[in-house]
Every structure is written in C-alpha cells, then in structure tokens.
Design a protein around this ligand. Sequence first.
Ligand SMILES: Cc1cc2nc3c(=O)[nH]c(=O)nc-3n(C[C@H](O)[C@H](O)[C@H](O)COP(=O)(O)OP(=O)(O)OC[C@H]3O[C@@H](n4cnc5c(N)ncnc54)[C@H](O)[C@@H]3O)c2cc1C
Length: 369
Amino acid sequence: MWIPILQTTGSVTLISVVLAIVISFAEKLLNNYGTCKIDINDGEKVLEVEGGSSLLSTLAAQKIFIPSACGGKATCGLCKVQVKIGAGPLLPTEEPYLSAKERTDQFRLACQIKVKNDMTILIPPELFSIKEYIGLVEKITDLTHDIKRVSMKLQDNETISFKAGQFVQFYTKPYGKISETVFRAYSVASPPADNTHVDLIIRKVPDGIATGYAHTALKEGDEVRLSGPYGDFYRRGGEGVNTLVMIAGGSGMAPMYSLIYDIIGKGLDYQMYYFFGAVTTRDIFYLDEFRALEKEHPNFHFIPALSGSTEGDGWTGEKGTVVDVMLRHIPNADGKEAYLCGGPGMLNASTNALRTIGFTDETIFFDKF
Ligand SMILES: Cc1cc2nc3c(=O)[nH]c(=O)nc-3n(C[C@H](O)[C@H](O)[C@H](O)COP(=O)(O)OP(=O)(O)OC[C@H]3O[C@@H](n4cnc5c(N)ncnc54)[C@H](O)[C@@H]3O)c2cc1C
C-alpha cells in the first residue's frame, strides 16, 4: 500500500522541481533586458545600466536620488519624473497620482516603471546635488509615549546643506521579523546652521516598518544611511510678509522646529505664531523649551491646543481643534504666510480655514505626512 503512495509523492515532487527550474529559467530569460542607456536632461548625464529594475532604484544605484516618501510602494506619488522616451504605457498604479497636465507632459512614477530599454528623462538639476550620508546615532530621546527624537552625527567629516523644512530619506536595516530594507521620508528637525548633524522626530505608526525600526531596533551608537536633502517645504518670506503662521500636529513638529530655530538663529524679525495641535497633555512636547524661547524672543508665540479631555490634568492653555484655535488668534492674511505640517485631515481643515480669512495658494505652504 505504501509503495504507490511513495511513488505518487515522488512524481509530484519531481514535477514541482522541474516546473520551478523551468519558471526560474523563463523569468531570467524574459527579464534579461541587457544594458540600457538612460539619457538625463538632454545629454547632461548618460548612464549605462543593467535593465530589469525600477527607474527609481536604478537611478539610486547610480547615486541619483529621486524624492520618495514610501520607498517605492506607489503610495506617496512623490517620485515623479518626466520620461520623454522609453517608459511604456501608463500603469493603473500611477493613475491616481498624475494630473491630466502631468500625463500630457509625460510625467511618470519612477518607482513603478521598469528600465527595459533605452530611456530619455528630465529631472530637476538640483537632484544631482542630493548625496548619501552615514549618520552615527548619538542620542535617542523619548519626547512623548509615541514620538522619539533621533540625533545623528554625520560621519566621514561630511556636512549637509539644506533649507529648514526639507526632508531626508532614512534607510532601515532588517530587524525582528522584517527582512527587508526600506526607506522613508523624515523632515530634518535640526536647524541648517548645524550642518554636521541631522535630527529626526519620528512618530510610531502601528505596524510601520521604518517607525518600528526607529522605535524598537535602533540604538545609540548605530550607523544609519540617509540621503537628501529633498522637498520644497521651506520659508519663502515673500514681499511684504512680516508674520508666519505655523500649524502642526504630532511629528509635524520636526520641520517647524528647524524653521523656528533657523529664523531665530539668523536674527530675522518675523512674528511667528506656532499652533501645535494635540489630543491630551501626554501628546504635547517641547512645552517648557518653547515657553522659555517665547520669553527670550518676543516675536515667537507658541500656542498649543488640546482637542481631547483636559479634565483633572491642570491644563490652562487653549482647548479645541488647532484650526479653531488658530482662527481665534489670526483674524486675516495681511502680511502673512502659513506653513502647515501633519496628517491629511489636519492639513485639509487648516487650508480651508486659512482660505476663509484670505490666504491663497501663493501664501500657504505644506508638507503632508
Ligand atoms: C515629506 C514627508 C516628510 C515626513 N516627515 C516625517 C517626520 O518628520 N516624522 C514622521 O514621523 N513621519 C514623517 N513622514 C511620514 C513617514 O515618511 C512615514 O510614512 C511614516 O513614518 C510611516 O512609515 P512606516 O515605514 O513606519 O510605515 P509603513 O510600513 O509605510 O506603513 C504601515 C502601515 O501604517 C499606515 N501608515 C503609514 N503612515 C502612517 C501615518 N503617518 N499615520 C497613520 N498610519 C500610517 C500605512 O497605511 C500602513 O498600513 C513624512 C512623510 C513625508 C511625505
């Protein structure tokens, strides 16, 4: 009775092994695109690369770093690149991120298109100056129950030149059950004047890969790979602007911290109104530091607002959503620019409210986390 069963099992195993070999051979054959040429900015740079990977990772391997917050999952839509020749048809995963105008202008998501043949692409020239860095983690500080500040010193005597408000990409290493390396966008919290350090403020996201790494695996003394700077969230200070209205929640604190200390460090005399939204007192941080800063610099005003219950916790500050609180203090848009940072809900509510008092697309700047 056992012999036929063993014979059948043996045949099935043999067929599976043969099929696996055939599939792997066919995959190799089909995905072998050979060497492909990528022409960047009308011949400014021409790369010879091995085909088969995404345009995003192919360029990164050649030290050309296209901004991406999600690490290639087509969930952030940041890695837009103009592909004049060689991208193939638009993919369904790209559609939600490209406007009609962008499609006409041949923009594509670099994380979604594969390098399979010669390509001609256009990228903003400033992307050539983005570099990779190794940061040594000098200090990890708990700011709240779910937010940490990670302070890193750049290694190899490197310095970073960036504008307050910009972000870097932070690369994780495999840890625990996570076997992959991913990268995510984090705004630099330290001011640009300190060009040998990069500080990040990272809020833990449930089941998040990068935030899980930063909160549970990363230790002081570890080395971390970063690239940057990226992004267009920085102070404009347009003509006639004398007041900056800043609105943030949670880890949206990071770029604001850099902006505030940059302005103070440069001795600029903008009036700064910083509205920081949180639910309860356990979500508030830097309260003492900013209270002291207000005393030292009368042009800085810190207005934290709690939207949750404050019963019994001695809170004497503003209550309500950060948007309502902002409207109680800011009557109009005269001479003002607004800088917002946080989740989509808070950003949409803030933008709508700012428009009702006269702010426009030209005077509202934001980074959506
Ligand atoms: C320009 C820019 C700057 C940023 N700066 C910062 C910063 O300074 N500090 C900071 O903490 N974050 C910042 N982020 C967000 C950050 O890039 C990551 O998206 C976030 O930390 C989650 O990464 P993860 O790998 O832990 O989660 P993932 O593994 O990518 O996601 C895990 C799960 O959590 C969900 N998720 C992802 N992000 C969030 C979120 N923010 N809230 C709730 N659920 C989420 C996903 O849908 C998924 O289900 C920034 C994003 C952008 C675009």
